[in-house]
Design a protein around this ligand. Structure first.
Ligand code: THU
Length: 129
């Protein structure tokens, strides 16, 4: 069992950097890569709404662009909602970079308690070439 409290705290800290003036829905995410490194990200919105990037993909792309290829866990936090879960697009991006042995664990927080679920539960039969 990894230190998911630290991972969640990192996601919380990242949510403070959220640029979300349009939805007013802040999200932070943090990624535990197989190397042991943690990467974080937030949602970044745009006046052209479709250009918005979710916190999870922001964090994953930061990890991948630093050379990471396998992800063990992703923590997601919003100050605006309990049990803030990843959208479908982010699930597919996690699927691409999941750890080959154990997949990805997704950590959310509900009324102060951490919930740990597997990406397989969120996205069975993901797409992979
Ligand atoms: N958002 C995320 O950051 N992650 C998700 O998984 C779902 C949605 C963001 C996008 C947008 O800035 C705001 O939440 C409202 O949709």
């Amino acid at each position: 069992m990894h230190d998911y409290k630290l991972l969640m705290d990192t996601a919380k800290e990242a949510s403070k950097k959220s640029y979300s003036p349009f939805s007013r829905f802040a999200v932070g995410a943090s990624v535990l890569a197989k190397s042991g490194m943690i990467y974080s990200g937030c949602n970044v919105e745009n006046s052209s709404f479709g250009m918005t990037i979710c916190a999870e993909r922001c964090a994953i792309f930061k990890a991948v662009s630093e050379g990471e290829r396998e992800i063990l866990a992703v923590a997601i936090y919003s100050p605006n909602a309990d049990d803030c879960n990843p959208c479908g697009a982010c699930r597919q991006v996690m699927y691409e970079f999941q750890d080959e042995e154990n997949g990805v664990e997704i950590i959310t927080e509900n009324m102060g308690n951490l919930i740990v679920r597997k990406l397989d539960e969120y996205l069975p039969y993901g797409f992979k070439i």
